[in-house]
Write a protein that binds this ligand. Structure first.
Ligand SMILES: [Cu+2]
Length: 833
């Protein structure tokens, strides 16, 4: 691979320091070690990053105009480039994901202040970490044309789209070949014992952040399968797995798809057999279930890694192998790996036509009704909830680097097909759903804003982008989708951004849309029929499937055919946020017959699985309250900043639930310094919302329009905290001095019917209320903080184990807004007889 230094220098006004160091810069400051390595190889060069300089965010000069134009493919108005697909066949999704890095053209908004539709972008080559399908690294990035005809750099794009079917086995070879030398200090500094373990920047980061709740370890990888209902343990949706980059020999990674193929194929074959007789079977359970030559290799490489750590940093380093070893001794699944990991798990299929289920979950073929030895914990119990077919996704989930890794583009769509697709294809034609656009939204970037120095006088510092980077789709800015006049398409939209929600303002003029699914879970017919042409919010992590119907005539003005969104992290942002073009539609080709199926919305929602039955009040067996809070930097009331129940993530269990129980949780938000609706996300099981209390809610009239105060010209609040004043229709008085439990939505009890299933839902922000009472000491009015909240119900069914819940603003997650859920079987090993 040629170095790009000379090209970089030729670029006019190139702010070389906008990102982390270039490869050449890194090489100059990083000692490269030659070491000996047991039996793996004679001499291996490990690029553990050793430089004493911190990973700087640096100090570029802000550009007043786009001096570095973007390659044509990244300019607005280009046809949407589809993402490569890894599909399943014969009941298995088999593929290889390479976590690596490359130089890509990244876009930077100009000016960097809050995005408007008049903002432009400049492009700079940046090192980013990528998820790529094996054998196709960078091939989708067609050689850029225009000012960068040389095609030296790749174009940004998400990881490949996975397409599997409910019931399939997922068998993924995960390889980490990141070159840590391309990213200063990206090896977990926690184990080197330096700098407290956190990344550092000239912007003053980490400040009061403390390891492990700080940005760190961005060359470590894993995959979270967001939206899967499956086993959270061992080789399934296990986010505690940390795969360090491969060791290197002669500059090349020694762990390759080929080097693990034999072991992994053997493992996948056995996994298939083990998981075939019972959909709830948990396997593998221990390392002895894995091929010995692979675990032996892991042990050797981990030890070698530790040896190097100690050699470079002296005693006091945090070695990895002893941790794995201790976990093995406890019968736990080890956490640390070098270079590779095999994911193997099943997407469970619910096969009964009624709910609750009556039969034990033995339908997976072949083995009759006998339980396998070692399945004693299952007790022949039935599968209670199947995997919902729909638009799910995957992303990097290493605590401390989720924000940077997701911003680099380590996300992808995970489409799980089922009867949902069959019914759509019966209406629209065979294989139709596979031809429809998959839109992976992201805010691509190279450094979290906190890593950067604020501008003198406050505000976003050089290189940072207020409200986060611009929304891209499949890596492109404002791309174009082609539609025939009158055609109906299905858009699967995933907001994989680590920060902002995309608030869709409604269909463009002449278009219609109808929502089919939320967060990968389809709507029942009542919800399908009622969600026509509505605006909707996709918070970070949310998905929507919508049917979109094009007008019969092309748009005279391209902007008439644009889908507009607003960038928001709280509904209060919507008043000031400007409408942004997310994408445009080009209406072209043969008009679709308006009487044909292709020109009409499917009349009824696809088959609705029985396991998605609304969770009734009588089903609830337990309740919990969780309090999310974010304080101003270093300030009060919560100097610890991003917390859940007053704590940052510390590896302790924050919520214990018995397996197959149903709980109702009140998720509160005590954030007051700035309006932030933290998007609550929980792994493994989706949930239904039964109550929402937003103390900042605006009063709306019967048409849904905000009620404006005739004197102040400001929107009127729904909740009034001042007694004795005349209430408008729909307004409610809440006593700020009464018990906080009395602060709740007013009006009739919600019906809780036709509930939508979510796996991410924003918690309404808190409100600081100024009361009429005076504080005798300060002589100021007393203020009271009123938290926002929602209540959700979830069935914690089928899969015991440890998994996480967290804020899906990923910088918050990295900085501590995460905790562990433990779902534990009811049954003990003891007998009463
Ligand atoms: Cu948050």
């Amino acid at each position: 691979m040629p170095t790009n230094e000379s090209n970089l220098k030729r670029l006019k006004n190139f702010p070389t320091s906008i990102n982390r160091r270039t490869r050449d810069q890194a090489r100059r400051t990083l000692p490269i070690l030659a070491i000996s390595c047991l039996e793996i190889a004679s001499v291996i060069t490990i690029l553990i990053v050793l430089q004493t300089l911190p990973a700087r965010a640096q100090t570029p000069t802000p550009s007043p105009s786009p001096v570095n134009p973007c390659p044509t493919q990244l300019m607005p108005g280009q046809t949407l480039i589809p993402v490569p697909v890894i599909g399943s066949s014969e009941g298995r999704l088999r593929g290889t994901i390479i976590l690596s890095d490359e130089q890509e053209w990244m876009t930077f908004r100009v000016p960097a202040s809050a995005p408007t539709n008049a903002s432009t972008a400049q492009c700079l080559p940046q090192y980013v970490r990528t998820f790529r399908e094996y054998g196709a690294r960078s091939t989708m990035a067609a050689a850029p044309s225009g000012p960068y005809a040389k095609g030296t750099y790749a174009l940004p794009r998400p990881g490949p789209t996975f397409r599997a079917r409910v019931g399939d086995l997922v068998q993924l070879t995960f390889i980490n070949q990141i070159n840590p030398a391309d990213f200063g200090d990206s090896i977990d500094r926690g184990e080197t014992g330096r700098g407290g373990g956190c990344d550092e920047s000239s912007g003053g980061y980490p400040g009061s952040d403390k390891f492990p709740d700080c940005f760190h370890g961005s060359s470590t990888g894993n995959i979270h399968f967001h939206g899967t209902h499956t086993n959270p343990n061992t080789t399934a949706d296990n986010v505690f797995i940390e795969v360090r980059p491969s060791l290197r020999k002669d500059g090349k990674p020694i762990v390759t798809p080929e080097s693990v193929a034999q072991s992994f194929n053997r493992f996948f074959e056995r996994c298939e057999v083990e998981l075939s007789h019972n959909v709830l079977r948990e396997w593998p359970k221990t390392w002895s279930d894995l091929p010995e030559n692979w675990t032996d290799d892991q042990k050797k490489m981990l030890k070698e890694y530790d040896t190097q750590l100690e050699k470079n940093y002296g005693p006091g380093v945090r070695k990895l192998w002893p941790i794995d070893e201790a976990q093995l001794k406890q019968g736990a699944w080890p956490q640390y790996y070098i270079g590779s990991f095999p994911f193997c798990y099943r997407l469970p299929q619910y096969t009964e036509s009624i709910w609750p289920p009556t039969k034990p979950s033995m339908q997976m073929g072949g083995m009759g009704s006998a339980e396998m030895p070692g399945d004693g914990d299952l007790g022949g119990r039935p599968l209670i909830m199947g995997q919902s077919p729909g638009t799910h996704w995957y992303h990097a989930h290493k605590h401390g680097s989720t924000a940077i890794n997701v911003a680099n583009g380590m996300t992808g769509a995970f489409i799980i097909e089922g009867k949902y697709d069959d019914d759509l294809n019966n209406w629209y034609g065979d294989g139709w759903t596979r031809t429809q656009p998959v839109l992976v939204i992201n805010q691509l970037g190279v450094s979290p804003n906190l890593m950067r120095k604020p501008a003198s006088g406050g505000g976003p510092g050089p290189g940072s982008q207020d409200k986060g980077p611009d929304f891209s789709i499949n890596g492109q800015l404002k791309p174009v989708i082609q539609m025939q006049p009158g055609e109906v398409q299905m858009w699967r939209i995933v907001n994989t951004s680590g920060r902002a929600g995309a608030y869709f303002l409604g269909p463009p003029k002449g278009f219609q849309w109808k929502q089919l699914a939320q967060d990968g879970v389809q709507f029942n017919d009542a919800n399908y029929q009622s969600h026509v042409n509505q605006p909707f919010l996709l918070a970070a992590g949310n998905r929507a499937d919508i049917l979109v119907k094009a007008p019969t005539t092309p748009c005279t003005n391209p902007s008439d055919c644009s889908v507009m969104v607003k960038n928001e992290v709280d509904p209060q942002d919507l008043t000031s946020a400007s409408p942004l073009t997310l994408l445009s539609v080009n209406i072209t080709g043969q008009p679709v017959d308006p009487k044909s199926n292709a020109g009409n919305f499917i009349p009824n929602a696809p088959y609705f699985p029985p396991f998605l039955k609304d969770i009734g009040k009588d089903e609830v067996t337990g309740t919990k309250t969780l309090l999310f809070a974010a304080g101003p930097p270093g300030g009060t009331p919560n100097p610890a900043q991003q917390t859940i129940d007053g704590k940052k993530f510390d590896g302790e269990v924050g919520a214990v639930v018995l397996l197959n129980k149903v709980e109702e949780w009140k998720i509160m938000n005590a954030t007051y310094a700035a309006p932030i609706s933290h998007p609550f996300h929980i792994h493994i099981n989706p949930f239904q919302i039964v109550e929402v209390f937003d103390p900042n809610q605006i009063l709306t009239d019967k048409n849904g329009k905000p009620v404006i105060d005739p004197i102040s010209k400001q929107p009127v609040n729904k909740y009034v905290f001042q007694g004795g004043i005349h209430l408008l229709p729909g307004q409610c008085y809440l006593d700020p001095f009464a018990a906080p439990e009395t602060w709740k939505p007013c009006g009739p009890e919600p019906v809780n019917k036709n509930g939508i299933w979510w796996d991410v839902f924003p918690i309404p922000s808190g409100r600081t209320v100024t009361t009429v009472k005076m504080d005798p000491n300060t002589k100021n009015p007393v203020t009271v903080n009123v938290p926002g909240y929602f209540k959700m119900r979830s069935r914690f069914v089928d899969y015991p184990g440890f998994y996480v819940l967290h804020c899906h603003i990923l910088a918050h997650e990295d900085r501590g807004m995460m905790t562990i859920v433990e779902v534990t079987p009811v049954r003990t090993p003891y007998s009463h007889h």
